[in-house]
Design a protein around this ligand. Structure first.
Ligand SMILES: Cc1cc2nc3c(=O)[nH]c(=O)nc-3n(C[C@H](O)[C@H](O)[C@H](O)COP(=O)(O)OP(=O)(O)OC[C@H]3O[C@@H](n4cnc5c(N)ncnc54)[C@H](O)[C@@H]3O)c2cc1C
Length: 460
């Protein structure tokens, strides 16, 4: 009897890029044309731009965890785990499952979309004392942590402790850090009604960045508007400043100030997933260097995109420009890469990725927002309508859209209850604990592992 083997397409990562790619493959490929497998540690696609709203309790965590299985054409095999290495020569991806079992996954075509991890620097105490804002668990943790600071300050009779617990430091003036600060400041401000013993003057949010400007992508005028909104709300913004040292009870800024605090949130940029380094291929500041078609030169059947890859930006006129790490690019690249995988399968020509940026939306909570859709500068309610409308329409399923809309309405009408869930209390929860960056193999370890398996396989 003949056994027909179909080409195996392996997609790594179920974020904006990976999920768009899988959905398009499911839609455009006949079931007997190829087998599609997805490696992902989680069973959802995280809608990251709304993460600050989970931290501030405007949205529940479930509303931005979009199901991978809710699709009429869903037929992909999902491996619950993370890729820890790729052997490009042997065409094998090494996967560590969620039960820590290491399995080899052979492929004919691989699409690498594992996104990015929080970028850290060698600052004393940073990875031991800072919280990140990159995963759903971190957002839920930060919310509980901030509410617990209010609870502890409220219960304390020690003026020093009260002051320290009510100061909060966020590092990173990009959209992630700015939105996180703005949304959480609204949370602590709104809490005053339910914590009448707290002195409002003690609640202080610091937003710092080493750059001379907040969110430079917004341009001078709109960037200044965002700063004015935040300063009017009492947020202390320090530019040209970073942190020199982090401790459990205080943070030292590079300008010499020492801020007593129990809360340091680090959102100072991202770097490509460490998976890319396991390939032993060329990278551009950690992102895999790929062609405009998102293929890896010299390796047939290897594609990479999203935050993990340096995809040439054909819409930018500057020589050597690469697409910025945004959801806007990642999801569009996902669709294009699926078309290019299919074209490769069918021996057709590939197309380059070209996308003209649609602009930026920044939700600062409540009625505060700044947006720049298609170059038009908006502030206040119109900007907020554009920001929420954009995110709402970008959510992939109708159920997710309904959850988000319902949460927005509930929050607007009923406000926050300031409830701490306590699910993650007493677990290690700092930067070094959430993103599992130390599980990856080196290129040599990947090759040795895969070669060892090949020798072992007759006895398996
Ligand atoms: C707080 C915040 C706010 C943001 N706001 C905006 C915004 O307003 N607009 C915008 O355009 N962009 C925004 N971004 C950036 C945007 O979210 C990213 O650029 C986008 O998510 C990149 O898509 P991706 O598919 O490359 O990676 P991701 O969406 O991060 O997906 C990567 C996926 O791969 C999985 N993964 C990781 N490692 C492995 C592995 N080894 N094996 C298997 N799977 C793995 C991850 O769990 C994840 O599911 C924001 C980011 C943050 C953190």
């Amino acid at each position: 009897m003949d056994t027909v083997t179909r080409p195996r397409i392996l997609v790594v990562g179920a974020g904006f890029a990976g999920v768009e790619c899988v959905r398009r493959l499911e839609r455009k490929l006949a079931p007997d044309e190829a087998d599609v497998t997805l490696v992902t540690p989680y069973s959802y696609q995280l809608y990251l731009p709304l993460l600050p709203q989970v931290a501030s309790g405007v949205l529940t965590p479930q509303s931005i965890a979009v199901s991978l299985r809710r699709s009429r054409r869903y037929r992909t095999r999902i491996i619950p785990g993370g890729a820890i290495g790729v052997d490009l020569k042997a065409k094998v991806c090494v996967v560590q499952t969620i039960t820590d079992k290491v399995v080899d996954e052979p492929y004919d075509y691989i699409v690498l979309a594992p996104g990015s991890v929080t970028r850290t620097f060698d600052i004393p105490g940073l990875i031991d004392h800072a919280y990140g804002m990159k995963t759903l668990a971190e957002a839920a943790y930060v919310r509980d942590h901030v509410i617990s600071q209010l609870d502890l300050a409220d219960a304390s009779d020690d003026p020093g402790e009260r002051a320290a617990r009510l100061q909060f430091v966020v590092v990173g003036g990009g959209y992630a850090g700015t939105e996180t600060t703005a949304c959480l400041q609204r949370l602590t401000h709104a809490a005053l009604r339910r914590y009448p013993r707290l002195d409002p003057a003690l609640i202080k949010w610091h937003l710092i960045d080493i750059a001379p400007q907040l969110m430079p992508e917004l341009g001078d005028k709109l960037g200044r508007s965002a700063q004015q909104i935040l300063r009017r709300r009492g947020i202390d913004i320090s530019l040209g400043v970073s942190i020199a040292k982090a401790g459990a009870r205080e943070v030292t800024f590079t300008d010499g100030r020492v801020v007593p605090t129990h809360t340091l949130i680090w959102t100072a940029g991202v770097v490509a997933s460490p998976l890319m380094a396991t390939l032993g291929a060329d990278t551009v500041r950690g992102r895999l260097a790929v062609t405009a078609e998102m293929t890896l030169p010299g390796h047939d059947g290897v594609f990479a995109l999203g935050d993990a890859a340096a995809v040439p930006d054909r819409a930018e006129h500057e020589e050597g420009a690469v697409c910025p790490p945004t959801a806007q690019h990642a999801s569009r690249q996902g669709r294009q890469v699926a078309d290019n995988v299919i074209a490769t399968l069918r021996n057709q020509p590939l197309s380059p990725y070209v996308h003209h940026d649609l602009g930026l939306v920044v939700d600062l909570g409540g009625r505060d927002a700044v947006s720049k859709p298609l170059g038009v500068e908006l502030r206040g309610l119109p900007a907020q309508a554009v920001a929420r409308g954009y995110h709402w329409s970008a959510l992939r399923t109708n159920v997710a859209k309904t959850r988000v809309l319902t949460n927005w309405l509930l929050n607007a009408i009923g406000g926050d209850d300031f409830v701490r869930t306590g699910f993650q209390a007493r677990r290690p929860a700092k930067l070094k604990d959430f993103e599992y960056t130390n599980t990856y193999l080196t290129p040599d370890q990947v090759r040795a592992h895969v070669a060892g398996r090949a020798l072992d396989s007759p006895a398996d």
